[in-house]
Design a protein. Structure first.
Length: 503
């Protein structure tokens, strides 16, 4: 009964005209931010934070939250249509979503992404309402050793994402880890792999790597091939889901939702790990794993649901413990502090209308996003009827503007071009870029937690095996690696990919 009373209070706050309008504004801005690669919700919220000063605290948080989870919806659009993942989690969506678009199934990919995101957002919000305190306590059980083990498991699992050789996949992860080391060491302040360039002192931005490896490399591949092989889309077809599509996508969305909800509460890469882990899970459970990377609808439904669920549940540690799970949540804490509200356990009791009003607004926002996005599917598909010679130069320009907007640096545009060439070379060598990108994102976090765990244990490496949760995660990672390298599994894997190649 108490939960129902709290939700009634929340909806009474969220359904005021002012809060609905600001929720609508936030979701629209978030969708645009997601569609335009390079901006990202973090930069947008940082720019709009001063605007929230003059608003009521609840209204300000509703606006900023709408931008955040709206960007998760919009991020899938360019990933599916033109292979441009502007956010880390959208990388997985691009693997099968873009292939669906090339097969004339862009409408189905966009629709399953929108519906999966709506379902995940709704369930994720319900979990916040019902289990926020207990889920936060679970997140607190993760110390540096557990986070390190979780990151190792995520990197090993990335091998499942790659087609072909396991050795090549591991090599790509190592390259990603090395790229993640570029910049200034946070502990010693020493420059690492910067080659004396001040432009690399802060490291390489994710947007630069992602747009180069996926967007620019795709353009180079098309330009390098014969003109008759330059293919953007097949026939557009109807943008509706068949019974078979729904049968395959619905269970994947449900699994992705619960996996993303659990991993989303973890500080750092929880939501990112959610989308990658969901893809790995769907590939393992599928009767046709060779279809993944070739346009499997489960490869879109699962990760998109996991991504959105993770975005919702990332509010849990911020609201209940005052701990930011990512950069956006850190800005949210800043917004609360500006309004003289102390983030943490006291928010639920001292400001119940803010806590429950924000939660109720997420339901409203997810509904608004579906209403906004479903009619736009036809518009997005029509954009892909633009002729090749106009579409791909436009993609290059969009990439350049997006990368330049990150740091206002021409150097980063040139760096993106370099990664574009590398991406093309990787394609020719049959090396998948997705494991590299996951290694690049998780590497710095893994190093930070390794150092922290070793520091707390006074240099004793046994801390990773004496803590039960850390030990379990490392054993799962080791077991997964042994399975992938086992001759019988390797032969079956190669056979599956050969059949996929012949198909």
């Amino acid at each position: 009964m108490e939960l129902i009373d709290n939700l009634v209070l929340g909806f009474s706050v969220a359904l005021t005209i002012q809060n609905i309008l600001y929720c609508l504004l936030g979701t629209i801005l978030g969708t645009l931010v997601g569609v335009l690669p390079g901006l990202g919700p973090l930069a947008t919220i940082a720019m709009l934070l001063p605007i929230s000063f003059g608003l009521e605290p609840t209204t300000a948080l509703i606006l900023l939250a709408g931008i955040y989870y709206g960007a998760q919806y919009g991020g899938s659009t360019t990933a599916i249509l033109v292979n441009l993942p502007g956010e880390t989690s959208a990388v997985v969506t691009a693997l099968d979503g873009y292939q669906m678009a090339r097969q004339g199934r862009a409408g189905e990919a966009l629709m399953v992404a929108a519906l999966g995101s709506f379902f995940a957002g709704t369930v994720g919000t319900l979990l916040i309402a019902a289990f926020a305190p207990s889920l936060s306590e679970m997140a607190l059980r993760f110390g540096p050793a557990e986070y390190f083990a979780l990151m190792v498991l995520g990197l090993i699992a990335a091998v499942v994402l790659a087609h072909g050789s396991v050795i090549k996949a591991i090599a790509m992860i190592i390259v990603g880890l090395l790229l993640g080391l570029v910049g200034t060491d946070v502990t010693s302040g020493d420059a690492r792999f910067t080659f004396g360039s001040s432009h690399l002192a802060d490291g390489i931005d994710f947007v630069v790597v992602a747009m180069g490896l996926f967007g620019i490399a795709e353009v180079i591949s098309n330009v390098a091939g014969p003109e008759e092989e330059r293919k953007v889309l097949g026939k557009l077809g109807l943008w509706k889901l068949s019974k078979e599509d729904f049968r395959r996508a619905a269970p994947a969305a449900v699994r992705g939702t619960f996996l993303g909800s659990i991993l989303g509460i973890l500080p750092g890469g929880g939501a990112v790990l959610g989308s990658f882990s969901s893809y790995m899970l769907e590939k393992k459970l599928s009767r046709t794993p060779q279809a993944f990377g070739k346009g499997a609808i489960e490869g879109v439904a699962g990760p998109e649901a996991a991504n959105n669920a993770g975005a919702q549940t990332s509010f849990i540690p911020m609201l209940t413990l005052g701990l930011p799970s990512n950069g956006v949540m850190a800005l949210m804490i800043g917004a609360l502090t500006i309004h003289n509200i102390q983030p943490g356990p006291g928010v639920m009791s001292s400001n119940p209308s803010l806590f429950w009003g924000l939660i109720a607004s997420m339901w409203v926002g997810n509904l608004l996003l579906v209403i906004l996005n479903l009619p736009l599917i036809g518009v997005w598909i029509k954009l892909l009827t633009v002729r090749y010679r106009l579409l791909y130069p436009a993609i290059v320009v969009l990439c350049c503007i997006g990368v330049f907007s990150v740091n206002n640096s021409e150097f980063h545009v040139l760096l993106m071009a370099l990664f574009g060439v590398l991406g093309y070379v990787f394609t020719k060598l049959e090396c998948e870029p997705a494991p590299l990108l996951l290694g690049f994102v998780l590497g710095p976090m893994m190093e930070e937690n390794l150092r922290r765990a070793m520091s707390l244990a006074k240099g004793d490496p046994s801390v990773f095996v004496t803590r039960p949760l850390s030990l379990v995660l490392l054993l799962v990672a080791a077991g997964l690696l042994v399975m992938m390298l086992a001759p019988a599994v390797a032969r079956r894997r190669e056979q599956a990919f050969e059949e996929s190649h012949e198909a």
